[in-house]
Design a protein around this ligand. Structure first.
Ligand SMILES: *Cc1c(COP(=O)(O)O)cnc(C)c1O
Length: 416
């Protein structure tokens, strides 16, 4: 059995063996940084703009310029980028409740959506869900078949009623095996619009921001939602979320972010707009670290007998590595290793527990400066068969590698 130190040394060798893949991660993030800088310049940001605002935030020019930066970066008409949007779930809820009306149909075409969406939609009964307001829900999973068949599948799925809104989830969540690449999302949007031209498309971009140098809004998505606790927060943004898209769709979302009538007009930046901009500037650097760490972890785990997804050679559609732990004991052992390699709470022992918004118990490891941030190193998963954990984030590649090496050592000590 290899020691943690030997595994770390092996990871340094792997870094050379995967030089081509690592270089391509670097190149994408280089291009992303240049796109971000261009978006800053297009918004004509100046030192004198950096003013926090309080109260209602009417005429908050820094907030407005920050939203211009995001709209430009995402190739969208408009953006709502606010500290008052608390999380990815909140951003998605705003988008859904903003667009949908009684008797409308929402259709998720990428299989079961992320766990916290179940209560928004009403798949699991919940106070205030879309179901309570008379919004219907349908679901299909076109990701499991070749793209030539997508339109046929969609026609079947939409046969009873055309959906007002189609939801596409980019990341794997806790259910799907694979994240989508931007090229696939683009083809998916094209298929949806061919079969049902009136439908709007909302992409859940959580874990997918800036992974490639295109975003779904550049390929026809009407709305995109995500949070600063993930990729674009870069570990330096304390809170917030965004919705970007067409002017009309963002304005509709804004009626649920604040209230009908005032919409996006109110909501002071409170000093957070500066953090959002800083997060953007750091994001490509941090994502390079995250993705390189994720690749090396994948390679190291694979050669030590773990089933992982994506494999080290595969292109990535999110920042998540799926690891089959094999048993509850091994799952807990891996989580303990990640916890010990976290910046905070390194001596805490992770235990499975109930969490708001999730149906099954969840096992979570991570001691992050921004609470719950998953662009910082973290490991989690529903505590159920087949005991699959998801490793994501890591502000430094070698933190990810160390956690992985220790995870391998700890799980090896546990009988399968
Ligand atoms: C994290 C995540 C969410 C929810 O975001 P929170 O900030 O945790 O509320 C939604 N969808 C996907 C795919 C996610 O990864």
């Amino acid at each position: 059995m290899m020691t943690e130190r030997q595994l770390m040394e092996r990871a340094h060798q792997l870094e050379r063996e995967y030089a081509i893949e690592i270089e391509s991660i670097r190149e994408v993030q280089h291009r992303n940084f240049m796109r971000i800088l261009d978006a800053f310049h297009a918004a004509r940001l100046a030192t004198s703009d950096l003013r926090p605002m309080s109260g209602y935030g009417i005429g908050d020019s820094l907030r407005d310029k920050t939203e211009r930066v995001f709209a430009t970066l995402y190739g969208a008409q408009a953006a709502l980028v606010r500290p008052q949007i608390i999380s990815g779930t909140h951003a998605l809820a705003i988008a859904l409740f903003g667009v949908l009306r009684p008797r409308d149909l929402l259709c998720c075409v990428t299989g079961a959506p992320y766990d916290t969406m179940e209560e928004i939609i009403g798949i699991r009964p919940s106070d205030g869900s879309l179901a309570e307001f008379g919004v219907g829900y349908a679901q299909c999973d076109i990701t499991t078949s070749p793209s030539e068949l997508w339109e046929g599948q969609l026609e079947q799925c939409f046969s009873a009623q055309h959906p007002k809104l189609v939801l596409i989830q980019r990341s794997r969540g806790y259910k799907r095996v694979r994240a989508l690449r931007e090229g696939e999302i683009a083809r998916m949007i094209l298929s949806v619009k061919r079969v049902s031209p009136e439908s709007l498309v909302l992409v859940d971009n959580c874990y997918g921001d800036l992974l490639e140098d295109r975003e779904p809004t550049m390929d026809g998505a009407d709305l995109l939602a995500s949070s600063f606790m993930k990729n674009i927060g870069a570990g330096v943004v304390p809170t917030g979320g965004y919705v970007v898209g067409t002017s009309r769709a963002v304005a509709l979302a804004a009626t649920r972010y604040s209230s009908p009538g005032v919409g996006a007009e109110i909501g002071p930046n409170l000093g957070f707009a500066e953090a959002f901009l800083r997060g953007l500037l750091f994001a490509p650097t941090v994502l390079e670290q995250v993705l390189t760490g994720n690749l090396l972890a994948s390679a190291l785990l694979q050669e030590n007998g773990f089933s992982v997804d994506p494999g080290p050679h595969e292109l990535r559609g999110d920042i998540v590595l799926r690891i089959e732990c094999g048993s509850r004991e091994r799952f807990i052992a891996f989580a303990r290793a990640v916890q010990e390699c976290s910046a905070l709470d390194a001596d805490v022992v992770p235990e499975p527990s109930r969490m708001q918004g999730y149906e099954t118990e969840v096992l979570m490891a991570g001691g992050t400066l921004v609470q719950g941030s998953t662009v910082e190193l973290s490991f989690d998963g529903p505590f159920r068969e087949p005991y699959v954990g998801y490793l994501q984030g890591g502000l430094n590649t070698w933190q990810v590698v160390q956690a992985t090496a220790r995870g391998i050592v700890y799980t090896m000590k546990v009988l399968k």
